[in-house]
Design a protein around this ligand. Structure first.
Ligand SMILES: *Cc1c(COP(=O)(O)O)cnc(C)c1O
Length: 387
């Protein structure tokens, strides 16, 4: 049996996304900037897609800008907001558990004279609203906190955090890459100024993303060139991927409540079964977590070996630790949550999607204890987990 349980890394494309993509790659290939009918057809279809995606998050079409992925959307939001606001100050606040697309961009700003505060998280991986209040200063220009974490699935109190940022006169950005298509998200209700998304995390193709930018915010471009995306993001638009992303979002939001309910049930059965294994701990928030994500640490094993051994048994998962890259550092997310280094090296993340079945959960629940037991009986492949 094959079980793909790595949807937080990437998802299979939905069938309507795939069909749409093929048609716009092959038949409707016009450049949307052109004048003739093939171009105009592409342009109209693309603008419909923009309207569809924007309205799915409660935005208007003029507030949605296509990018080539989630990482670009994060880079754009953070670098350009820092540039735009530099007269007011050079202090940025983020969390210690962000995706590297945010963390490395903040490091880049630090090298250029900005100061960055990395908010701590509690043992469940949540940022406290009070810690943001304490960190806010007169010169704070931007706060960036992710909506849902990609390693442990913890959901952050974005609405409360955004309101603290706003009171302090700072802009608020959220990396919502793990949330869009999986939770219902409304930019106005949350009060965020910028929001990043990525197509391949909700059934769209890889290499397409979007940044929501609140209308009043005149965010300068990251990519300079032609006048595409109303002069804010140059480069011929990836029309086929944009349309496929829109189709995928429509698919994933169709009867979302039912899907969430079904995923949650499978996830909770998975959690209940896995935590019966000796020396296993659920990581992340017990209830404020993504509906399909279950992540654990196991004493005395290396996550990477477990991922390989599970793969051999037909189950695809991920780990936060990577011995093969030669890095002795365990996941920054697990360490920020106070999980000891040795234990953090034994992490496994199962992330479920719409096509997973109860039978597949059974398969995971049979194989995982066997893999953990087997690994504990073997000498370690690398020593980092045993420190
Ligand atoms: C996957 C991911 C990204 C990066 O998105 P890409 O489209 O792969 O560049 C950013 N943030 C989070 C939380 C993610 O899970």
């Amino acid at each position: 049996m094959q079980v793909y349980a790595d949807h937080a890394a990437t998802t299979p494309m939905s069938s309507s996304a795939f069909k749409t993509m093929c048609s716009y790659l092959r038949d409707n290939y016009g450049n949307p900037s052109g004048v003739h009918s093939l171009s105009q057809n592409a342009r109209m279809a693309m603008e419909d897609a923009r309207t569809g995606i924007a309205s799915a998050i409660g935005a208007t079409k003029n507030e949605l800008f296509f990018t080539s992925n989630g990482s670009e959307a994060d880079n754009w939001a953070i670098k350009s907001a820092a540039e735009l606001m530099k007269e007011k100050g050079k202090h940025v606040i983020t969390s210690s558990i962000e995706h590297h697309a945010v963390l490395s961009t903040c490091k880049y700003l630090e090298e250029r004279g900005y100061e960055v505060t990395y908010l701590p998280v509690d043992a469940n991986g949540q940022v406290s609203v009070d810690s943001l209040k304490e960190a806010m200063r007169k010169d704070t220009i931007l706060v960036s906190v992710m909506m849902a974490n990609n390693e442990v699935g913890t959901i952050q109190p974005i609405k409360e955090l955004a309101s603290v940022a706003k009171e302090g006169g700072a802009l608020f950005h959220t990396d919502a890459v793990q949330a869009i298509g999986h939770l219902s998200v409304g930019v106005n209700e949350l009060g965020v100024d910028m929001l990043s998304m990525s197509g391949h995390k909700f059934g769209g193709p890889k290499g397409i993303g979007a940044l929501y930018i609140r209308r009043e915010l005149k965010l300068p471009p990251l990519i300079h060139g032609g006048g595409q995306e109303r002069g804010r993001r140059a480069g011929t638009e990836n029309v086929a991927a944009i349309l496929a992303m829109a189709a995928a979002l429509e698919d994933s939001l169709d009867r979302l409540d039912e899907k969430v309910e079904r995923l949650r049930k499978m996830r909770d059965r998975l959690i209940a079964g896995v935590i019966k294994i000796d020396g296993s701990v659920l990581t992340g928030h017990p209830c404020e977590r993504l509906p399909g994500l279950a992540s654990f640490v196991f004493e005395g094993i290396e996550g990477e070996s477990a991922v390989l051994m599970l793969d051999y048994r037909g189950i695809q998962t991920s780990t936060g630790s990577a011995c093969s890259t030669g890095s002795l550092e365990a996941s920054h997310v697990l360490r920020a949550m106070g999980i000891p280094n040795g234990l953090a090296h034994g992490s496994i993340r199962f992330s479920l999607g719409a096509e997973n079945t109860e039978e597949q959960i059974d398969h995971i629940l049979v194989q995982t204890p066997l893999v953990v037991e087997r690994l504990r009986s073997l000498p370690p492949l690398c020593t980092c987990g045993r420190k």
